[in-house]
Design a protein around this ligand. Structure first.
Ligand SMILES: [Zn+2]
Length: 56
């Protein structure tokens, strides 16, 4: 049986990142094209580089 593949999966620009929001601690979603992350709770947008620096 062929595996079902979600046709939208590869086009979804958002990837859940394993980082917490710097403001509220919510989950961040990475916007791969812009190299930015957006918080799912407070909608704050961070640059990925800022998140990496903060989490190290
Ligand atoms: Zn937040």
């Amino acid at each position: 049986m062929a595996e079902f593949e979600n046709p939208y999966a590869e086009e979804d620009p958002f990837v859940q990142a394993h980082f917490d929001c710097l403001d509220c601690g919510g989950k961040l979603w990475e916007y791969a094209i812009q190299r930015q992350m957006v918080c799912e709770d407070c909608r704050s947008v961070f640059r990925s580089s800022d998140i990496f620096d903060a989490q190290v």
